[in-house]
Each structure stands twice: as structure tokens, then as C-alpha cells.
Design a protein around this ligand. Structure first.
Ligand SMILES: [Zn+2]
Length: 467
């Protein structure tokens, strides 16, 4: 290195030190930075899904929906696009990696660039900046969204590695499913390396819990709650042993309030995504009701600490492109006079469902007959009838259309429910529809406008005092 370069480097280094010290001095004094950050995350919920939640609450349940009525209406509203490095529509892993690291990556990758380089995520920046970390998912805690928030993996399927990274990160509280990835095969888990991560967590001072009852008693300390070996159940099929999403949100707020200092919490309801993948309107509405209960708790926290809190309601991508639409009275009525326009009574028909579409599909067995289908219809949707044409999709295992290909039964149940509710779906997969980002509180104005999902990470890095 020549003298000129050495001198330049020295000047730049001292400038950087100066800027860094200004930065940290600013961190302590700057009222523009939030002390508490709550990210309410409805996986797979696009604007159409949130609007179904609003309409269902207002028109059927006859109550407010603060997710839209307050957070989106009174807060700052943005629309976020979610393309990734290798596709225009991608999965939750690539979408969450962009939102939580600021880097676009390929489908299926967690917290790494397309050439497999790990990049800093929100949890790592939060830890470096002195924030306590809280994580919730109704799915496995190592799944794509919480995984990309806190870990790095070339494949989202590498659950054992993501689970290990949680132990090293030492978050204050983690709640959800996915216990199998924390236990060795000998103890009924999935780990081939023989490690018992739950024992390691206990040795580090964590309360490790597995039931909703235990969660309700949690008052503070460090907590790891894993309530199922895999994901938690859908709301219509609720396992009474498992806590609800809102109970997990309440526990995170309780634990954070019992301790000291700053925190960031990423609180994911993944059931909105699972239900929309199944074109399951009743389960989607049930998941939105549960999400709303969580948002109400978070909003209550914000109201108690308005000058210190940033509350965000968002999603990672749209799933299913659902919406109410006018449609023909039946498959055999083509005249425009037979067009039906949606009303509250149509949407209220979703309340007939006794199980999720997923459960109804599973109860059909491997090779269902018309009698099997009639039995499942009466168990899951008493009083409703599936049109012959939709029955044939199920009985012959025939695709409804290429966008509903992967889930033939779910697609057919979705069309059957559409005839009663007038909610129809564009896909059983993810779509390109941008998703809302609504923010209220400290720094919220920075989430306004039409934005790329990488901006979400960069804005939060700035609001935590820099990457
Ligand atoms: Zn997702």
C-alpha cells in the first residue's frame, strides 16, 4: 500500500469513527428512534385478504377491524412489492429474506444471497444494538418467516441448522411449533447429530414449555415455547392444548414488559397463508379474526407507550388472490339476469364450516367415492351441496385449472364455497399482488408509498440505529 492510500485510509477511518460516535450519541438522545418495535405479520395476506377480514368483521360479526380501520387508516400506509432474485413471484423464504436482510435472494433460501453468502438480518442487528428479541409463529419457529428474521440457511428445509442458530442468538422469547428440529431422533425428534437443544436452552436459563396452560403462567424470564412437533393447527381445527396466536402475542408483551430495555418482536400468524393456499375462506376468516385479536393487544401496548413504540402490520406476499365478486347464480345459468351481487348474507355462509378445507380433504381418504364425498360434505359443511362438476375434479383427481393444480381437492372445495359465499380465488399459490405495510408510532412515516420489500429491512436498520 503506498503512502497516499495509507493516508487516505487513515482519514477515512477516523471519519468513520467520528461518524460512528456521532451515530451512537444520537441513538441515546434521538427521539426519532423507537424503543419498542412490534411487527404484526399476516403471512400470505394481500390487500384482498385484509379487505375480506374488514368486511367480515363489519358486515357479519358487526364489529370493528382495527387492522384496517385504525392501523391502516390512521397510520402510514405503503404497498410493498415482493419480487425475488430468481422469480417475479417467490416463496416465503426469499420474500422474508428481502424484508429482513435487505437482500434479494432465490426461492427457498434463508438469510443468504443467491451465491450463498450470509447477510445480516434484523435479529442480528437488533442484538448488536441492545434490543431484546421476541419471535412468534403459528407454524414451526424455524419456518421461512421467523427463519429469515433470525438465521441463515441455503435451504429453508434445513430446520436442524436454523434451530441451532436460535440457541446461539439467545432471543428473549420464542413461541410456536417445530419442536422436532430441537430434539434428537432418540427422543422422538428429527436431529441426526444427537443434540438436545431443549436441554441446552434449559442450561442457558430458559423456561422450555410445551402447552398453552404453561404459557398462560409465564410472567417473565427467557422462554422457549414449542407447542407441536410441526406447525400449530388451523383455527377451525384448534387443538385445545395449543395456545392461540393472540395468547402467544400476549405472552411476548408480558415477558417484554417484565424486563428492561428495548425490544423488537416479529409476531407471525402463518395460518392466513395456510388457509389461503387451501382456498379455504372459513379458515382464512378465522385466521384473520385471530390476527385481529393479536393486533388489538399490540395496539394496546402502543397506546400505553406511544412515544417509544413503532407498530407495523404487514405481510410478505399475497396468496390466492381472493375476493368477493359478482357471479352467475349457478353453473347452468348464463343469462345476465341470473347474475348475483355479493351481500353480507353471502359472506356469512362461511360460518357453516365445521372444519378446515385441509381436514375435509384429508378425510376423503386416498381414493374417495361419491358416498365418501357426501359424508365429508355433511361433516364439514352441513347443508351445503357440491356441484357435480366440482365433485368430478375430486373423484377423478382432475385439475380444476393449472393455477389450482397442486391442491385439486382444496380447489374444488374452494369453488363449492364460492357458490355460496361469492368469494373466488385466482390461485392456490402466491401471486404478484403487492401487500400492505401499515405503520403507526415512532418512525412510521418512513413506511409510506409504493416500495420494494428490501426497503422494509433498510428502514428498520436505520430505525434501530444503523446496520
Ligand atoms: Zn409467506
Amino acid at each position: 500500500m503506498n503512502r497516499w492510500r495509507t493516508t487516505t485510509l487513515a482519514v477515512l477511518t477516523s471519519l468513520a469513527v467520528l461518524l460512528t460516535s456521532f451515530g451512537s450519541a444520537g441513538l441515546a438522545a434521538d427521539p426519532g428512534l423507537p424503543k419498542y418495535i412490534l411487527i404484526m405479520f399476516a403471512d400470505g395476506a394481500g390487500p384482498g385478504t385484509f379487505e375480506l377480514g374488514r368486511l367480515y368483521h363489519k358486515e357479519v360479526l358487526r364489529k370493528g377491524f382495527i387492522t384496517t380501520d385504525t392501523i391502516m387508516a390512521a397510520g402510514n400506509l405503503g404497498l410493498m412489492i415482493h419480487t425475488c432474485a430468481d422469480a417475479l413471484v417467490c416463496d416465503s423464504a426469499a420474500a422474508a429474506t428481502a424484508m429482513f436482510t435487505g437482500f434479494k435472494t432465490n426461492t427457498g433460501m434463508i438469510g443468504v444471497t443467491p451465491n450463498k453468502q450470509p447477510v445480516r438480518n434484523l435479529a442480528e442487528v437488533a442484538k448488536a444494538r441492545g434490543y431484546r428479541i421476541g419471535l412468534v409463529s403459528t407454524d414451526a419457529v424455524w419456518d421461512a418467516t421467523p427463519g429469515a428474521f433470525s438465521a441463515h440457511a441455503e435451504s429453508r428445509r434445513d430446520a436442524p441448522s436454523i434451530a441451532e442458530q436460535y440457541v446461539a442468538l439467545e432471543p428473549t422469547i420464542v413461541l410456536g411449533g417445530g419442536r422436532g428440529a430441537f430434539l434428537p431422533k432418540a427422543a422422538g425428534g428429527e436431529r441426526a447429530d444427537g443434540r438436545d437443544l431443549l436441554a441446552e436452552l434449559r442450561a442457558r436459563g430458559y423456561s422450555v414449555i410445551t402447552t398453552g396452560d404453561e404459557l398462560r403462567k409465564v410472567a417473565g424470564g427467557k422462554v422457549f415455547g414449542l407447542f407441536d412437533t410441526g406447525g400449530l393447527s388451523l383455527d377451525l381445527d384448534k387443538d385445545p392444548e395449543e395456545p392461540s396466536y393472540a395468547e402467544m402475542v400476549a405472552a411476548v408483551l408480558r415477558v417484554m414488559k417484565s424486563g428492561q430495555g428495548k425490544f423488537i418482536a416479529m409476531l407471525e400468524n402463518e395460518n392466513t397463508d395456510a388457509a389461503t393456499h387451501d382456498n379455504d375462506l372459513p379458515s382464512t376468516l378465522a385466521a384473520l379474526e385471530e390476527f385481529e385479536r393479536g393486533v388489538r393487544l399490540a395496539y394496546g401496548f402502543y397506546l400505553a407507550h406511544p412515544k417509544e413504540t413503532l407498530l407495523i402490520v404487514t405481510s410478505d406476499h399475497d396468496t390466492g388472490a381472493p375476493g368477493l365478486t359478482y357471479a352467475q347464480r349457478s353453473l347452468s345459468h348464463t343469462a345476465s339476469a341470473d347474475r348475483v351481487y355479493p351481500t353480507a348474507a353471502h359472506l356469512a355462509m362461511a360460518r357453516v364450516a365445521r372444519t378446515s378445507v385441509n381436514t375435509a380433504s384429508a378425510r376423503l381418504g386416498a381414493r374417495p367415492t361419491a358416498a365418501d364425498l357426501a359424508r365429508v360434505m355433511s361433516e364439514s359443511y352441513p347443508g351445503l351441496v357440491m356441484h357435480d362438476r366440482y365433485q368430478q375434479h375430486i373423484l377423478r383427481n382432475e385439475m380444476v385449472n393449472p393455477a389450482l393444480a397442486r391442491r385439486i381437492r382444496q380447489g374444488a372445495f374452494g369453488l363449492m364455497l364460492g357458490q355460496y359465499t361469492l368469494v373466488y380465488w385466482g390461485s392456490t399459490g402466491h401471486t404478484s399482488i403487492p401487500v400492505p405495510v401499515a405503520a403507526i408510532g415512532v418512525g412510521a412515516e418512513r413506511f409510506r408509498g409504493y416500495m420494494d420489500n428490501t426497503k422494509f429491512a433498510h428502514t428498520l436498520f436505520d430505525l434501530m440505529g444503523g446496520r
